[in-house]
Ligand binder design. Structure first.
Ligand code: FSO
Ligand code: SF4
Length: 548
């Protein structure tokens, strides 16, 4: 059975995974995810038609967002769960069709004949049949022209990334009609063989724009619920007591767990992208939010084996669990792994019970690191920052952010942070920060030289900071003494890149390697319009950024 997937930075041989995923995705799961994307396009075709007639349905919108997020790298590895979602997709498609037909009827209009395969799809009778169906609808079927296919992939992966942020926002009760409608419109467009390269370039840029709204919504949801992040020292040592480790991005899930463990002698530790949670007043108020454990996602197998408590994933990036911790590993939300207990809903009693069975940690305080430099905190000291720039104390800002990953080439980011001159400030976000966030950078006149803005979605905060600085200096963002040194891994990074390009940000350095799904023609286009380029050597890239 063959597969082809090239959606993340780990794509085998820089081309694509065709035997089995480097991430652990097996060919059957790859085919089921391809089929899910195909089915979502069918739903979207009817949802677009319904919206044109003024009809929409929250459950259809929500299904599209969750379905897309399900196909993001390192989210759902469970064939049985994917089968359930696929069967629901057919029902949701029927619901979207009925919505469209009902809206036409109510207006006394006739309905268009829809003949696209995506809209007419019906699921095979069993799992094996679904896999066979999925094998027909992989990436190679997107378009015969490889450059158009490349841009359709950029758009598709951008939509997947945006779905992740939108899903978190929806969980917090935040929504936006324009963004939801765009998911349908863009997905339906990918089935339209009459569209050309520039149509998909336009849609990709629009995806970047819509994603700023989605990340803004998520930021609003976080701030309304938990307050603006404040600079906070996070303990890397351990507190005596039972322990639960939370990995992922979902703050509401963490909050619920904190509430349910209050007074139970169970301490909660953050892992990976949950680290910025410590900066939110509404979360740090829980005394048993004890600290951060471990590094970025790719080190989980080694680190989880040493965690003496229960572990729960609330989003990506999950990897194949080893037997040493599989029985105390749980998933929540969209993340699933076969034979790993999945928590439905908001009751974490079984996770807490598992933590109670485990030995927990002794008291062992350790190093502290800082987080919580969201736009509110940074702009709160904007006068000081602007004065430091004008007076020459701060010469340049580097946004060194994005995803971490397993490749050795990612040492570039550690070396880069280490070599940033002492009169420069590093802004960072997402899990790529683990390459250097335990190093000592000192401060410039009281302004820490390393400012952790937050999770990958806090790219929104980084953009707000850049726009405010540009306003203060009366220039464009590209004229600021600010360089973007980005690392990517999966599709959330793709959509953030689209957002930066939509904002017209130029000269981005991207690594550790360029996406396998970008053809030379498309790369030329990006270079010509945005002067984006691959990372080279630390010395050369630093020199280029500082113009020295
Ligand atoms: Fe990292 Fe994983 Fe947050 Fe991604 S934990 S790699 S871009 O899911 O989303 O930064
Ligand atoms: Fe390969 Fe990445 Fe696709 Fe996994 S998600 S199969 S590692 S390209």
């Amino acid at each position: 059975m063959g597969m082809f997937c090239n959606q993340c930075e780990q794509a085998a041989n820089g081309v694509g995974c065709n035997i089995s995923g480097v991430c652990g995705k097996k060919p059957d799961v790859a085919a089921l995810q391809d089929l899910l994307l195909f089915a979502l396009k069918g739903v979207a075709i009817y949802a677009v038609k319904a919206r044109e007639k003024g009809a929409k349905d929250d459950s259809i919108d929500r299904f599209i967002v969750e379905g897309l997020f399900t196909t993001v790298t390192n989210v759902d590895f469970d064939p049985a769960n994917l089968e359930k979602i696929l069967r629901k997709a057919a029902l949701i498609r029927d619901q979207a069709k009925a919505l469209y037909e009902g809206a036409c009827k109510a207006k006394g209009l006739s309905t268009d004949t829809i003949s696209s395969a995506q809209a007419l799809w019906n699921p095979a009778a069993d799992l094996a049949g679904l896999v066979v169906q999925g094998e027909q609808h992989g990436i190679s079927s997107y378009h015969v022209n490889e450059d158009i296919r490349s841009v359709i992939e950029i758009l598709t992966f951008g939509l997947k990334g945006m779905a992740a942020y939108m899903d978190h926002a929806l969980i917090l009760g935040k929504s936006n009609e324009e963004v939801l409608a765009f998911f349908h419109r863009a997905l339906a467009a990918t089935t339209d063989q009459n569209l050309g390269l520039m149509d998909f370039v336009g849609l990709s840029m629009e995806c970047g724009k819509q994603n700023i709204t989605a990340m803004g919504l998520l930021n609003e949801g976080h701030v309304e619920k938990y307050g603006h992040p404040v600079p906070t020292a996070v303990q890397l040592g351990t507190k005596a007591g039972k322990a639960i480790l939370v990995s992922g991005h979902d703050l509401k899930m963490l909050e619920e767990l904190l509430k349910q463990t209050e007074g139970k002698g169970v301490n909660i530790y953050t892992h990976g992208e949950m680290l910025p949670a410590h900066g939110y007043p509404g979360l740090k108020k829980f005394g048993h939010l004890a600290g951060n454990f471990g590094g970025a996602w790719q080190d989980q197998a080694k680190e989880f084996a040493n965690f003496p408590g229960a572990i729960i994933f609330n989003t990506n990036c999950i990897q194949r669990p080893s037997d040493s911790y599989k029985d105390r590993l749980f998933t929540w939300g969209l993340v699933q792994w076969p034979d790993v207990t999945h928590i439905e809903g908001w009751d974490f009693a079984s996770v807490i019970a598992k933590a109670q069975e485990m030995p927990g940690f002794p008291e062992n305080p350790g190093q502290e690191i800082l987080t919580g430099f969201g736009h509110n905190a940074v702009l709160g000291v904007a006068d000081k920052v602007i004065e430091a720039v004008k007076g020459g104390a701060i010469k340049h800002f580097f946004l060194i952010g994005g995803c971490d990953g397993a490749k050795s080439g990612r040492n570039y980011y550690t070396e880069f942070a280490e070599k940033v001159p002492a009169d420069c400030v590093i802004l960072t976000l997402a899990c790529g920060k683990y390459r250097f966030n335990k190093l000592e950078f000192g401060d410039i006149g009281g302004i820490p030289r390393l400012l952790d803005i937050g999770q990958c979605n806090d790219a929104y905060s980084a953009v707000q900071i850049a726009i405010a600085l540009a306003g203060a200096f009366n220039c464009g963002v590209n004229d600021l003494p600010l360089s973007f040194i980005l690392s990517w891994y999966e599709q959330k990074a793709v959509v953030i890149l689209l957002s930066l390009l939509h904002l017209g940000i130029r000269n981005i350095k991207l690594g550790p390697t360029l996406p396998a799904f970008i053809t030379p023609t498309v790369l030329n286009f990006l270079v010509e319009n945005f002067n984006i380029g691959p990372i080279t050597t630390v010395d050369a890239d630093l020199k280029a950024a500082l113009g020295a």
